[in-house]
Structures are given as C-alpha cells and as structure tokens.
Design a protein around this ligand. Structure first.
Ligand code: CA
Length: 230
C-alpha cells in the first residue's frame, strides 16, 4: 500500500484529500504546517508527498528544498494557487516532481498521483538493479560485497563492508562509535572503540584522495563519524 503525506494547513482541504486518498486505498498522514511536514518528510517512509506552497512556519518551497538537500527522493506534488506561474517554476527548480493548481479536481489530482507513483516505482527498481555506489575513489556494491578503486578490484574485509554500509545508510548524519559497534558486532561483541577507529583509517585509505585530510568520512569529535555525500 502506498503511503502519502499531505502537508496542508487548510483543514477542510486536508481532511477531504485524506478521506478520498484512503478510499483509493492509500495510507495517509496529514501535517498541518511546514515544520511538521518537513519532520515527516525527513523520515523518508512515504511514497509521495502532497505539499501546499503557502504554509505556516516553513513554506512548501523550503520544505521541498530542505528535504531534497537531505537526500529525500520521495516524489513531491506541489499545490499552488491559481496564477502563480512563477511559483510553479520555483517548485520544480526546488525538486518537486509535479504541481497542481488550486482549485483542482480530485480526479485530476488522483491521476497525477498515480502517474507520479508509477514513475517512483520504476525509479526504485532501477536503484536496486544498479546497486553500485560511489564514495570518493571507491565504487562499492553492498549486495555482492565487491569493491573497486579507480576501476581496479580491491580486497575489503567483511567488517569494512559492514561499517561502510552502516555509515552509508546513515549518510550525512553523525553515527556514534557505540552505534557502529552494536551494528557490526552485536551487543555482546568484544571490541573497543579504538578498533572502530582503525577500521575507519583503512576505509579512508580506500576512499579519500588524501586520507590525512578526509572529505568523506569525517570525525565528529567525542562522538563518532559522519559519511558526507552530496
Ligand atoms: Ca495553504
């Protein structure tokens, strides 16, 4: 079942959309302002976001821009007011997938939703098929556990794979050393944080152009590490 997030401050509109989407078999969450909408969007659990432009606290554009800058690729349909041609362009520039002008017909919106969800599903399949990920100099495939540096196959230990995979899944977030240890070795693993640091050194040698001046795996002092990817 597809999950849709509606970010809309006009309650009657939000509830009418919710009812109709649920009748179509979608699972729906409603956020009533930009701040709540962004928080929900950043969870990354939705298949589609319906995003009003004029919202309290944070505008729809800002929500869209921020979500995209944080790596959220959920398809977004913006709701714009009639005649806001300029806004339509801005919305698409900020990473929205489509827009619908208010007042709109429900049939039109549902048709757009179906089209966007179809494209989203196709994109998802593509992403899974093409599982090679590029991190700095390293090309890595977490499904086949293979890695290349400058297109030459390179040996990596299982632990290196697991640590990098964990950082990648939480890319652009600070990941605590304890969290890495737990993830890779389980709660009872006999390992010190120093060991994690040693693995990070080895990963940096594979990824970074200059391992002494890392640009990808950044140390967050006193906490852990962050994998920085745009
Ligand atoms: Ca509004």
């Amino acid at each position: 079942m597809s999950k849709i997030l509606i970010v809309e401050d006009e309650l009657p509109m939000a509830l009418a959309l919710k009812d109709n989407f649920e009748l179509e078999g979608y699972e729906v969450v409603v956020a009533n302002d930009g701040e709540a909408g962004l928080k929900n969007a950043l969870e990354g659990i939705f298949d589609l976001i319906i995003l009003d432009v004029m919202l309290p606290k944070i505008s729809g554009f800002e929500v869209c821009k921020t979500a995209r800058s944080k790596g959220i690729e959920t398809p977004i349909i913006m709701l714009t007011a009639r005649g806001e041609e300029y806004d339509k362009v801005r919305g698409l520039e900020f990473g929205a997938d489509d827009y619908v002008t208010k007042p709109f017909s429900l049939i039109e919106l549902l048709a757009r939703i179906k089209a966007v969800l179809r494209r989203g599903a196709a994109h998802k399949k593509e992403t899974i098929a093409n599982s090679e990920i590029v991190i700095g100099r390293l090309k890595i495939d977490f499904t086949s556990y293979s890695a290349l540096i400058d297109d030459i196959p390179v040996k990596m230990s299982h632990t290196e794979f697991e640590i990098l995979k964990h950082l990648w899944q939480k890319k652009n977030e600070t990941v605590k050393r304890e969290d890495i240890m737990k993830q890779v070795y389980g709660v009872d693993g006999e390992i010190t944080s120093r060991t994690i640091d040693n693995f990070i050194v080895r990963l940096r040698q594979k990824i970074e152009i200059d391992a002494t001046n890392p640009k990808y795996i950044i140390t967050v002092h006193g906490l852990g590490y962050k994998l920085v990817l745009s």
